[in-house]
Each structure stands twice: as C-alpha cells, then as structure tokens.
Design a protein around this ligand. Sequence first.
Ligand SMILES: NC(=O)c1ccc[n+]([C@@H]2O[C@H](COP(=O)([O-])OP(=O)(O)OC[C@H]3O[C@@H](n4cnc5c(N)ncnc54)[C@H](O)[C@@H]3O)[C@@H](O)[C@H]2O)c1
Length: 252
Amino acid sequence: MGGRLEGKVALVTGAAQGIGRAIAERYAAEGAIVGMLDLKPERAEQAAAEVAAKGLRVQAFAGNVAERATLADAVAALEAQHGRLDILVSNAIWVRYVPIDAVTPEMLHRMTATGFDSVVWGIQCAAPAMARSGGGSIINIASAAAFLGMPNAMIYAGVKAGVLGLTRASAVELGPQQVRVNAICPGSIQTEGVRINVDPAMAAKRLARTPLGRLGEVEDVAGAALFLASDDSAWITGESLLVDGGTTPAVL
Ligand SMILES: NC(=O)c1ccc[n+]([C@@H]2O[C@H](COP(=O)([O-])OP(=O)(O)OC[C@H]3O[C@@H](n4cnc5c(N)ncnc54)[C@H](O)[C@@H]3O)[C@@H](O)[C@H]2O)c1
C-alpha cells in the first residue's frame, strides 16, 4: 500500500472487528500510527496484535465509547506519545433491531449512548488536539438507514440521522480551526454485526435493489474513510457520503 497518511496519527473506535478494523488496518497500511479502540481489552489487544504482525504501527485502547473519559484518555495518550492527532473515526455502536413495541428503556439508552453520545464526546475530545496539530479530520460512521425507512430500525435510524445533524453543525463550528467533520453512510456491509442483526430475507431484498449488484465489503467503507482522512478531501467538510452500491437512490 502507499503512504497517503504518512506522519498522521489516527484513532478508530470499534476497531476490533468489522468496518472499524478494516479502516484501522487501511490507515496503518497507508503509513498512519493508529489507535484501535474497542470495548474489551483482550479483543482490542488481539486485533491490534494481528494488525501489528503485518508490520503496521497500531496500538490497542479499551473502554466504553459511551463514556467521555474513554475518548478523552485515548486522545490524550496518542497526543502525549506521538505529539499530535490528525484523524478520528467514530465507528462503534451497540445495535439491536426490534419492533417499536419491543423497545425498552435500556435498549434506547444503550443505543443512543454508544451511537450518538460517543460521537459527541469524540468530537469534543479530538477537536482541540487536532487544532493543536494544525487541523484534522473527524469521520463519523452513520448509515444509509438515516435516509431510508426500515422496519424494526426506529432507534437506529434516529441515532444515525442525529449523527448527520451533529456532523454538519460541528463542521461549521470547527472549520476555522481546520478541523473537518464528515460522515460516511454505509449500506449493507457484510460484517459480524450484520450477521447477528439482519435477517436473510431482508439482505436478499437489499441485494435485489442494489444497482451495483452486490452487498458491500468492509474495504468499500475503508476506501471512503481513507479519502475523507486524506488531503484529497481537504476542502470537504460537513458532508455525508453514501457508500451503498446505489441502494439508497434506487427506487425499485
Ligand atoms: N455493517 C453494516 O452493514 C453497516 C451498515 C451501515 C452502517 N454501519 C455502521 O458501521 C459501524 C460499524 O459496523 P460493523 O457492522 O462493523 O459493527 P460490528 O458490530 O461488527 O463491530 C462494532 C465494534 O464496535 C465495538 N463496540 C460496541 N460497543 C462498543 C462500546 N460501547 N465501546 C467501544 N466499542 C464498542 C464492538 O465490540 C465491535 O468490535 C457502526 O456504526 C454501524 O452502525 C454498518
């Protein structure tokens, strides 16, 4: 791989598996030093060890992204060790898809805390460090569900639509400090999280209305995340990028 992120320091949340792991690995392959944060220390450490074994520079962080201190500590550690922070990817979330009448207070709280509060804390904690580094790029992983009506996804869709709102607002506020804030809205990507949550009939329907004729792979999202992290997107902020094979604009 190339050196498009040479000299950059990144933090990726939910990096032990799935999309987060692919983004972390791609960034490291492009020359960045990458903090891989996940909930459980042993999973974060194992994932980081597997990526490091490829000769890439990564380090594990553990903690719950719903808690501000998790983001604050990881940002502080990366800045202290490497003198800068350039990129944050807020990717982690805990998700369940259930009918409206099955939503519980615990479910609502856990999904909003991990999927929305975490993005707020990420922006609040990372932006000052990025400003001290001369600027940076924050990438929030939202979802095509922010635009689409999907059964059993009321909370998820609301959380992800909220992420798009705070992406736009924070981009305007942080622009003068050269901190860019953008979102990626993946369509159906084949990950562990999807295999637990999405029923096969639904996946078949999605495939049928995907113009590019296949469901997504984690590398599809990692490529978009590389673009938004790199200087190739230097004049893009407050934007959301659909990475969905054309599913969202398709009517049939
Ligand atoms: N997979 C898809 O089809 C798809 C589609 C649209 C959007 N997305 C979004 O992409 C992101 C990643 O999805 P994925 O499918 O790779 O997920 P995944 O469930 O496979 O992985 C999520 C990772 O986040 C970690 N995590 C969960 N809660 C955490 C917490 N409180 N603190 C720290 N880490 C935590 C998990 O341990 C796991 O390693 C999510 O924001 C998801 O909503 C995914």
